[in-house]
Design a protein around this ligand. Sequence first.
Ligand code: AHZ
Length: 475
Amino acid sequence: MAPVATTEQYIPSATEVQKYDILEDYKGSYRFAPIEEAQVSRAMIKRYFNTMYERAISDVVIVGAGSAGLSCAYHLANSRPDLKITIIEANVAPGGGAWLGGQLMTPMVIRKPADRFLREIGVPYEDEGAFVVVKHAALFTSTLLSKALAMDNVALMNATAVEDLIIVKDFEGKQRVAGVVTNWTLVALNHDTQSCMDPNTITAPVIISATGHDGPMGAFSAKRMVSAGLLKELGNMRGLDMNRAEPAIVNGTREVTPGLILTGMELSEHDGSNRMGPTFGAMIASGIKAAQEAMKTLDSAEVVGGKVVGRVHPLVDAEGFPRADIDIFAVRPARVRIIELRNDLKDVMDRIARALEGIFDPTLQPPTLSPEQGQSMTSDPLTPFAKVDSVSPESPAAAADMKKGDLIVKFGRLDKSSFTGGSLQPLAGLVADNEDRAIAIRVLRSGQTVFLTLTPQKNWGGRGMLGCHIVPYSS
Ligand code: AHZ
């Protein structure tokens, strides 16, 4: 591959030069934009705690970001962009044991047919017939990690340990794993040295545990199942047998108790299956299977506020024919209506949360600022990034009360930091993914912050899904 060109000079926009006096020069005059220490702190704190706030209820929590957990996260996030997937990793460095192939050697062996996944994520390898070899395990792990993390619906909290499971009685009176109990790993490791340091929680209808085989942190959920009385005893990982171990892990990946799916080597401790040593195909395939099991569980569950409150029964029989014992014509629209109402409720709750955020967030004040203040505003995510150029009558944009000249500061989850190079592609993608679903928008209009709700529609009678023209904007 040709090396990436590094000689091209960075040409800042005229506004940037004027405002920040920046220069990318490697002959001794390199100049950074000025910054206040507090801006750096707030830029991190706001995003981190917003994520924690938002992910306190997730759709799926994956415990452990090793090869199985990350393969699972990638497949699930790719298949279901609508799901909020939160990965909790105890280590500072995600990746588990997949940074090296085996005995501290770098090449990673993957048995066929799991090599398909390498092509999917774009990792090169050498083909040895029955298996392939990636030149460095870190190439696999870093690529997988970057692909998974780049997805909007994936959040990773590393240096954070799951130190317990939420276990509740479900709507049928059965024990169900309904979330995880978390703490900073450094706190979790110091419970013996300090007085009580209480944890935090994340509620989710599905937990996927991928914490590896037993070790200082490993097989966490399997071990907790035993101490919580959900499993009589651990099967304990057996000796190495590559040919038995890999299919056993993949085919055995399942929901082992309501709400909890085990994947990767953690399953070998639960089931008492063999280890495979340094061959990683089963970790990839077990992660994919865990993602598929999670989708099955979610599709059959009625979920309110992250809790499973009932079961969604299939409308067809085992052969795929409509069931004779229910009035499908009445049930189907009723279900659709329930889903619509639930989405509406979620949107209203999101808008309330945003409105509350607006009350306490000083950056939402209209931009009547001094030049110095204006400077600090530009690095804030609530800086306008797009402008409404025109609105067609009777379009979704008109119904949302969008007006020509509105400056968009927030569009769903997108803010200024979501865009690079003057392209509005992320916004177009978000719209395309949200047909008939309300998107909360925040605009500046005549210096006032205005909250709007826009519902993209394909068949409203005009061009596009919004009926307005939005152009990039930089102040
Ligand atoms: O830090 C752990 C690691 O990154 C993390 N983890 C463990 N307990 C945790 C907890 N909270 C949060 N309580 C936790 N995170 O889980 C990750 C497990 O990754 P791994 O690489 O150890 O497991 P894996 O199942 O993804 O891959 C196993 C790879 C192996 S082991 C093996 C053998 O021994 O024979 N062969 C293979 C391919």
